[in-house]
Design a protein around this ligand. Sequence first.
Ligand code: PLP
Length: 466
Amino acid sequence: MKYVSTRGNAPALNFEDVILTGLAADGGLYVPETLPQFSQEEIASWAGLDYEALAFKVMWPFVEGELTQTELETLIAASYKNFRHKAIAPLVQTGANEWVLELFHGPTLAFKDFALQFLGHLLDLVLKKRQQKVVILGATSGDTGSAAIEGCRECENVDIFILHPHQKVSDVQRRQMTTVLEDNVHNIAVKGNFDDCQNIVKRSFADQGFLPEGRQLVAVNSINWARIMAQIVYYFYAALSLGGPHRKVSFSVPTGNFGDIFAGYLAKQMGLPIERLIIATNSNDILHRCLSANDHSRQALQHSLSPSMDIMVSSNFERLLFDLYARDGASIQKLMTDFQQGAMHLSDEALSKARALFASSRVDDEQTKACIAKVYAESEYLLDPHSAIGLLAARENKALCGDGPVVCLATAHPAKFPDAIVAAGVEEAVNLPVHMQDLAEREERCSVLENEARAIQQFICTNLNT
Ligand SMILES: *Cc1c(COP(=O)(O)O)cnc(C)c1O
C-alpha cells in the first residue's frame, strides 16, 4: 500500500518509510492512498475474536506486502502483553445505551499505550531488518512522553530523547518518564515551557545536520501514521462487543490533536457502521468552533484540568480536511496558508460533509468537575477529567446518535489526575494501581538543560548509546 501527502506535493511512500518520516516534504501528513474495505459479512465473522486477533484482521491490509503475517502477529502479541486487563479494552456500562471503553490498562495508564507500544515494537522490527539506527525526539506536556518511553525502552536500534518543561509536569507524569533507567532512554527537563520544548523539536527536525552521519530523527507524536492505524482497532472491538455490525454504534472521543477520533472516522470509512462521532473538547475548542460556527482560528492556549487536550491547533484535522476536499492537495495547501495567516474557513460543501459525520461539544473545567461528581454519585464510577469531557459530550449529543449505543472513550486512569478528582469533590482516594504504588520511591534520571536548541542537540550527540 502506498501513502500520499495531504498537500499533494511530496513523493508517495511505502509503509516502512512513512513510519520513519515525520511530516511530508511539502509540510503535509501522510495518509493511505486507498483505504481497505471490509464487508458487513466479514466484520460480522469477527464477532468473539479477542483483541489481538481482531487487531490482526484490521491492520493486516495496511502492512501487507511489507510485513509477514507472523511478523504482524508477533508485534501485536508483544504490544498488548503488558496490559493489565485481560480484555485489553473493556467496556463498562454507565447508563442506558451508554458505555465507557476503558483504554487505560496499558503500562502508563493512558490510551496512548495502544499506539506507542505497537510503534516501539514496529520500529525495532523494521530497523533490525534495515540494520539502521534512529533517534526519537519528542516534546511532552505529560502523557505522550511516558507512553513513548515505555514503548521504546527495549528497542535496540533507538535512542529516545524526550523534552519536558522543567517543573511544569505533575510528579506522577515526571516519574513515569524519569524512572525508566534503560541506557537508550534520555529525559531532558528544559528550562522553559511546553512551547519552547516543541520549538526545539521542530527546529531540530527541520535541520538534522547536527546528527552523526547515517542517523535520522523519527517522530512519535500522532502525525506518525502507525499510531493512527493501531487506534482503529478498538473502534471495531467496541462495536463488535455491542452488537455491531448489525447495530450502529456512536463514539464520543475526548479530543486534542484529532488523532484518536480520526481513527474512528477511518473505521467508519473501512465499513464499520458508525452512526455518529462526537468531538469532545475542553476550553481549547478550535474543533468545536470549526464544526459549529465555521470558526477555525487560533486562540490563546488555556490551561485546564485536562492537560492532555490543551492544544491550540489539532494537527491531524488536516487528514480529515483532505477527504472533505475530495483529496485535492492544492485545496489543503491553500487552507493551511490561510490558517497560518490567522483563520481558515471551510467551504459549505466541506462543512456539511463534516456535520453529517460528526457532532461536537465544548466542556469547561466547571462542567468537567460536575460530570466527574455526577457519574460517581450515579454509579460509583470514577472518570478521569479527559474521559468526563467525552461522557458529558455524549450526553449532550444523544439526540444525534439514533437509538444505538454510545461508547465514550476513557483515555486515562483517574489516578493520573488526582487533583481534578479532589477538585470535583469526590471523596474516594484515588490510588495508583498496585504495580505503580512505589513510583515515588524509584530512582530517577533526568538532565536539566537550558532552553537552547544548540545545547540540546549537543546533548543528544554526546549521549547516543546504540
Ligand atoms: C493525548 C490524549 C488525549 C487526546 O488525544 P488526541 O489523539 O490528541 O485527540 C485525550 N486524553 C488523554 C488522556 C490523552 O493523553
